[in-house]
Design a protein. Structure first.
Length: 80
């Protein structure tokens, strides 16, 4: 990574791809027993707090994976 803009581009691209993933891919759903067990383990007050955390982590993870896959394909096949 020679250009300093690329270091700024990586987190920005990860967030953008995470937001696009929110439109394309479903987030994980837990059963009721596991949901209440996770709520008790993390000391959360309601299910909304749990799923806010789950959605944020899920889409950031998907955005990071998509970024590295797209970057790999670009560097491997399209970069001159």
């Amino acid at each position: 990574m020679n250009n300093p803009f690329v270091t700024f581009l990586m987190p920005m691209s990860t967030l953008m791809l995470g937001f696009l993933s929110a439109l394309l891919l479903p987030a994980p759903w837990f059963g009721l027993a596991l949901t209440y067990k996770l709520m008790a383990m993390f000391h959360l007050h309601d299910v909304n707090q749990l799923y806010t955390l789950v959605f944020c982590l899920w889409f950031l993870l998907l955005g990071a994976v998509e970024y590295f896959v797209i970057r790999f394909v670009y560097v491997r096949f399209f970069k001159v």
